[in-house]
Write a protein that binds this ligand. Structure first.
Ligand SMILES: [Zn+2]
Length: 225
């Protein structure tokens, strides 16, 4: 899953307008931001296997540090904990932690059983919607569109960066998503990992555009005549 995770980050802005979209993207996509580095370090492994699912030509042979349920909760607690230490704000900390764990839940829906419950677990989970292409595409697309609608309703642009910069980010995410769907299998594991590292760009881009948008004021109640 790719664009659906960003949909969660966008939608969470409605619940916590004080959190930057960059921080929300970091949380919602945290497991997939760690994963390429762990692949490059040789701590986790993936194989290219066209046809293993209808949608993704990847066999996630082992990725317990980034993608086990237990570690997703640990990463969520870590990110939420750091936020709490810096900002002393529980709600924001919880929302960030939940965004991190949401990544595992969304992956659970689409992956075939390859998501371990904890490092060393012999039970791998996954409901396999990637073998039901239409359902998977509609599900992921809907999460993104709903998240986008929530974000757009919760914020407004202060300037051109906040409007054009934001919509360019959204279009770029959609472009990458469609290229993943229609493009050929990746040429090699290193290429997947380095492409994965480029996702940090979306986090930085999101910080930048979010700074140039502002949370919408609630409708002012009419002042008594
Ligand atoms: Zn993932």
């Amino acid at each position: 899953m790719f664009i659906g995770h960003f949909g969660i980050g966008l939608g969470a802005k409605k619940a916590a307008p004080y959190l930057s979209l960059g921080t929300l993207f970091l949380a919602a996509q945290f497991l997939d931001l760690l994963w390429p580095t762990f692949i490059l370090l040789g701590w986790e492994h993936v194989e290219i296997e066209p046809g293993i699912t209808d949608m993704a030509p990847l066999n996630f042979t082992d990725y317990p540090i980034s993608h086990s349920l237990l570690m997703a909760i640990v990463w969520g607690a870590l990110l939420g904990g750091i936020y709490y230490l810096v900002k002393r704000q529980w709600t924001g900390a919880w929302i960030l932690g939940l965004c991190v764990v949401s990544h595992w839940i969304l992956d659970l829906l689409v992956h075939i059983p390859d998501l371990p419950l904890y490092p060393g677990s012999s039970i791998d989970a996954g409901f396999g919607l990637w073998n039901h292409k239409v359902i998977a595409i509609i599900l992921e697309g809907s999460i993104f569109v709903i998240g986008l609608a929530l974000y757009v309703r919760a914020t407004q642009a202060k300037n051109k960066v906040g409007s054009y910069g934001f919509w360019a980010l959204i279009l770029f995410l959609v472009f990458i998503h469609v290229s993943n769907l229609l493009g050929p299998p990746p040429p090699g594991v290193k290429a997947i990992a380095w492409a994965g590292e480029l996702q940090w760009l979306f986090v930085i881009w999101a910080y930048w555009v979010d700074k140039n948008r502002v949370a919408k004021e609630k409708e002012a109640s009419p002042s008594p005549a």
